[in-house]
Design a protein around this ligand. Structure first.
Ligand code: IDP
Ligand code: MG
Length: 152
């Protein structure tokens, strides 16, 4: 199976009308979006997503943040997409993010930093399963389209 990762445009990114700009970056890079939905995460979903941060001082606010409005949940597929999408996002603290990265361009705050991306293959699969059923994903849409177009 091709490498895939979970990416979310967090509520501040949606509220600031950055959905198109962020999705465009993944498309232009060459990655395939194989799952996509707009939803307001429940507290349970957010707690599961950020289980690794439970007990940290910022955790309650993090849960409040992620459940404060709609997010765009995405599964993105392509070579080395887990590490590469993290590189495209930039460091957690926007002031440490490399110039040209998503967080450098669109965020000024460590807490509200507009985007999430899985940090390992294990987190990617765990996080995808929180937001998507496997049958909601379209891992082969590229090939499917070619088949239809060839038949014409
Ligand atoms: P990541 O999103 O770059 O993977 P993590 O360390 O996994 O960063 O933290 C998850 C999210 O929690 C961050 O994106 C940010 O929204 C928030 N966060 C992380 N560290 C802090 C902090 O020290 N204060 C407030 N919020 C934080
Ligand atoms: Mg993280």
């Amino acid at each position: 199976m091709a490498e895939r990762t979970f990416v979310a445009i967090k509520p501040d990114g949606v509220k600031r009308n950055l959905i198109g700009k962020i999705i465009t970056r993944f498309e232009e890079k060459g990655y395939k979006i194989i799952g996509l939905k707009l939803l307001i995460p429940t507290t349970e979903m957010a707690a599961s997503h950020y289980a690794e941060h439970e007990g940290k001082p910022f955790y309650p606010r993090l849960i409040k943040y992620l459940t404060s409005g709609p997010i765009v949940a995405m599964v993105v597929q392509g070579p080395n997409v887990i590490a590469e999408s993290r590189r495209m996002m930039g460091a957690t603290k926007p002031e440490n993010a490399e110039a040209g990265t998503i967080r450098f361009e669109y965020a000024i705050c460590q807490e509200y930093n507009i985007i999430h991306g899985s940090d390992s293959p294990e987190s990617a699969e765990r996080e995808i399963a929180i937001y998507f059923k496997e049958e909601e994903l379209c891992p082969n849409w590229n090939t499917m389209l070619e088949v239809i177009m060839d038949a014409k």
